[in-house]
Structures are given as structure tokens and as C-alpha cells.
Design a protein around this ligand. Sequence first.
Ligand SMILES: Nc1ncnc2c1ncn2[C@@H]1O[C@H](COP(=O)(O)OP(=O)(O)O)[C@@H](O)[C@H]1O
Ligand SMILES: [Mg+2]
Length: 500
Amino acid sequence: MLRFWRERPAPSRPTGEWDLDEPLLQWSGSVNRRPADHWTIRDSLDGTLICGATGSGKSSGSGRTIARSFLQTGYGGLVLTAKADERSHWETYCRETGRSDDLIVFGPEQPWKFNFLDYEVRRPGSGAGLTENIVNLFSTVLEVAERSSSGGGRDDEGYWKRAARQLGRNLIDLAILADGRITVPELYAMLISAPNSLGHLTSKTWQKASLLYQALKRAERRVRGEREKRSLGLVADYFLGEWPALSEKTRSVILSSFTSMLDVLNRGIACDLFSGETNLTPEATWAGKIVLIDLPVKEFSEVGEFAQVLWKHAFQRSVERRSVHADPRPVFLWADEAQYFVTSYDMQFQTTCRGARVATVLLTQNVSNFYAALGNGDRGRAEADSLFANLNTKCFHANGDPVTNEWASSLIGRTRQFMMNGSNSRQDAMISSILNWGDPAQTSAGFSEQMDYEVEPSEFTRLRTGGPANGLLVDGILVRNGRVFASNRRTWLPLTFSQK
Ligand SMILES: Nc1ncnc2c1ncn2[C@@H]1O[C@H](COP(=O)(O)OP(=O)(O)O)[C@@H](O)[C@H]1O
Ligand SMILES: [Mg+2]
């Protein structure tokens, strides 16, 4: 019963015109005169989640098929990378779809630079929300930094998050008030010279040595108007009052999380890529560029994670701002091994990005990964669940994870299943559901019915995982939120992808 996907012919679209109902893929051929199922541009904009164990064929099966369809149709996009081989895969996809000229590799030994702070300051319309935008960006990076150091979301994170945001807000306001610009090295230098005690404040030696104190003095001379004066008053109250009065332990926890993030951004590759000039911004994707962040997490660890999350956040904010009338091209956000990159902002983004023409595709092994990444508390789970609910297309590959398999079965739903009385030989759920059996009233005695999963969780352990042993075939089960497939009139569609 498994059917093959088919690629659509190459598009012939006059520039600027996008028909959202244009099919990207045909999931199935027409069977028994039933119509075929298409996956359209509009469908892609509702988000996609691909789940399967390591080696189940996520990347080389459904992932590759979807990626190629985006490229072939002319999408721009941002590709986050976890594994070192992802760049070469995307180079191949782009070559095969005639998009090599649009691929921009952002990484070491490449000409591209992105000074994210400068970008925020200079972009049109930043103004009043500037500090808050940068605080949001830093707190997103801090979220992943904390996660990798503590091995998961913390239950008491509310307090620390608020405290770190407060520090960030004051630091950024101070930089703007003192110099009218924000740079990572200056933020770092100010932060490490903040007063550690109330005694510091009157010490001439401290005043002379502290770059933070000098910035306060510069700001005092520079501020104009009531609003700026009020801002400076708040910043001074914070650094000269609240901050040194915090307990040593509290202060050091807040300080160390913030300085360790700035420290990573302040040296080596990250400094080269993110602290100098800017010749590449997320807007490049609107014009059809595919920006691949070639700092795979598995090779560059923390630097890779920060770089990808910075780009992801900047990209998400940029597409939220864009006018799709002026820039109508669909763009994609691609995250294979997405558990490394997921942050709480993704949930918010996915619920509000409807009109922004962005196709998010997340690939991961299991749902538990996401719960762990976003914190196992109620809030983390709620965020992960909301994110999943807002990724409308789901493709499940072979998996041994019972939580994910149960979840996939429950998404597909329950139907009447028929049991043979007095016998343990249960009908295989997949077969019985495919055989569209008739009304139970007409079935012979000896059968009974019960509501059961239409596709049992164990079915997901049996799907083919590609490679030579499976003839290069990868099985998947496709589910679309609240949709019935036309070709089999069910809420799920079995698919086979070729790795050739
Ligand atoms: N082009 C290919 N030809 C043959 N085998 C492949 C190809 N690509 C991947 N494989 C194999 O198929 C299996 C699934 O790979 P992959 O798509 O990378 O899984 P996942 O992304 O789910 O971890 C692995 O055993 C892998 O070695
Ligand atoms: Mg993979």
C-alpha cells in the first residue's frame, strides 16, 4: 500500500508571482480514481515536523525531498546545521536544483560577516524597541547557553531569567547613552568592571579603573532631553544601587551567565563573524538566498550553538517584520537535529508567523528531546506542545521511542478495530484499517469491535530505514493536523522515499 512521492516539474513563474496553492510535491498518485494528495506552498507555510530515530531516514528521506522541493520552487531560506556533513548535502541539493548561485555559506574562511548588534541599531524602525530587541536576542542565546551548561531547563529559571534580562537592559541602555553604539567587546568590558560592593562606589581606584563608571560619566555629559535623563537615572540606580547590593552569590550567578555568553562572542571565530562589519543579513533570504550557517554544533559546540541561535532569532524577527506585499517570496527555516536550536521563542514565532510566508521545518529524533530542551516543567512542556501543534505537517519515520510512537498514534486517532472472539490472533491494525471493513452489524458472529489506535505505536518500529539493506527506501507516515487525505480517506498517509 505504500506509495511513492513524485517531484513536480520545475516551475515557470514570472518573477514576483506566487500562487500559494501551487503544489510543491505530489504525495501520492491517484488510486482507484481517488484524487492525488498534493503538498502546496500554503501547506509548507504551516510548518513541518519530521521525527524518527537516528538513522531512520529523516535527513535523506523526507528531509531531502522537502528541501529539494523548496529549492526547486525558488524559496529563500536559512539552514541551521548540527552535523558537519550538512553543508555538502545542501551543496548537492542546490546543484541538483540549479540553485548553487543562491547558496551562501556563512562560516570560517568565508567572506560573510554579520554584526548582529550593528544590524539591530542601524536597521530602519529600530528606535524605541531597540534595547528590548537586543535583550530578547541575548536572552535567547542565554537560554541555550544555560541549557548546555546545566543539561536542561531549570525550574527556578523565572527569577534568573528576569534578573539576567534586567542586567542586559541596563547594560545596553548604558552603552547607547554613553556612546550611541553597542559592541560586544565594550559590553563585556563594562560588565566585568561593575562594582562588586557599595564600598567600590567611593573608591577612587575603582572609579579610575572601571570602564562602567567611565561610561556612566560619559553618558551624564551626553544625555539630552527628559527621556534620556530618566533612562540614565534608572541605569545609575541599577549599577550604583541595586547591583552592588545583591548578595555575592546571586550577583555572581547572573554575572557569570552573561559574561560567559559575551566572552564566547568576543573571541575567535565568533568575534570575526559577529563583531566587525556586516555584509550579510537575514534579508538576503527574502531575495532568494539560502544562507547556511556552517558552524555545525557537533564540531563547534558552544560557538556553533550561539551562532545558529543568533541567526535563527535574527531571521525570525526579520520575517516577522517584512511586508509580504513588497517581498512575497516564501522563505524556509531549516533545522535538522532541531533539539539543539529550539528556544521558547520558537513557540511564539510559530503561533504568530502565519502571514509571514515562512516554512519552518524541524527534524528531530523524538518529542522527549524537545521537552528536555525547553525544560521538563509544565511551562517547557506547554511550549513544546504548542510548537508541535503549530507544525501542521508531521512525518514519522522508524522510531523505538515509546513516547513519540504513542504520540504519533494518538495524532492519527482511534477507530473501530475488529477482534476475533475467543482467539488471541489479533488483526494487524494497519492491515485492518487499510481493508476498509464494512459495518460491524454485517460481520459474522465471532468478531467483536473496539476502539483502538488506527495505527498502533508498534507500527513505527517496523518502517524501513533506507540504506542498501532496504533497497535505499525509507518509509514514513504523514499526518496533517485535522486533515483527511484524499487518496486514502484517512488521517494518515504511508509514504516511501527513495535515497537515490
Ligand atoms: N544516499 C544514500 N544512499 C544510501 N544510504 C544512505 C544514503 N543516505 C543515507 N543513507 C543511510 O540511510 C540511513 C538513514 O540515514 P539518515 O537519513 O541520515 O537518517 P537520519 O537523518 O534519520 O539520522 C542510514 O543508515 C544512512 O547510512
Ligand atoms: Mg539526520
